[in-house]
Design a protein around this ligand. Sequence first.
Ligand SMILES: CSC[C@@H](O)[C@@H](O)C(=O)COP(=O)(O)O
Length: 342
Amino acid sequence: MKPIIWSKYKLELLDQRLLPVTIEYVKCSNYKDVADAIKSMVVRGAPAIGIAAAFGVVLGALEFIDEDKIEFEKKMQSVFESLASTRPTAVNLFWAISKMKDTLFDCLNLNKDEIIASLEKKAIEILDEDLMLNKKIGEFGASLLPEKCSVLTHCNAGALATAGWGTALGVIRSAKEMGKDIKVFADETRPLLQGARLTAFELMQDGIDVTLISDNMAGYVMKLGLIDAVIVGADRIAANGDTANKIGTYSLSVLAKEHKVPFYIAAPYSTFDLQIKSGDEIPIEERNHDEVRKLFNIEIAPKDVKVFNPSFDVTPNENITAIITDKGVIKPPFIENIKIMR
Ligand SMILES: CSC[C@@H](O)[C@@H](O)C(=O)COP(=O)(O)O
């Protein structure tokens, strides 16, 4: 099941808000539809929102290509801004938009058809490259896992969050493909339940042994000795290795440290933000408070209760055993080794 389908200048996004109950695609015929889909989390996961935004740029260009050159450039600027204003934490979004901006800049002197063709080519390249990067992450990560092991993961860093295969779940898929005996514990991941709805669904579809737990069970499961490794994805990795990922990841890293369980981050190069020195500089998205007050639109708390709903947290580098990337496995000291690897 592909999360992103591009065909004949139309973008179709698998509506991840409805999974696993309903399988439905949302059709995006202009850049505003794409921005709305990213904001409302029809499409989610760091690499997937970057890819969707790249196709959003193509749709924006198609909409404005017939304007005169100055007007076209002005309108494209608002396309970039609108797509960039959707979600602040995952750097893959800004990485992909910046690739599309560079491509547009390089082809502005070409004719209209050539401009559209260049932008479309770049967006398809970003999509195809992500799948290839995930396969590499999978291979590097799988070699870290013992022949028989049980992995805990959080949120969804799988095929649904990427062009396919996944980062954290890519490591699990590759390990399985290598013949390793892998069991997975998936945190349900409140408030939006990406672990329960997406990770459990994805792994079951692939016949991978998965056990769902609620987030507050992770410590007990580790204490029972049921977890050999934690593997999660990332939304942004600072130059010192501090990593933003779905809210709850930080707590897991603390639990893993306490129980001496290795804690791995799996992410492609597009998730690194070497402009920022540490995780303190990563913008953390705060989402609608009803995500916490309600579950599937049903009130589960007093209507007006105060809520804090940060969508991500930052795991400090000292809690991370290694970062699995498409170029290899980065171990501490992260400041030096990230520089060398990148
Ligand atoms: C390969 S996806 C990595 C991360 O983007 C993922 O773990 C995550 O935090 C997704 O958050 P989401 O809010 O569902 O977009």
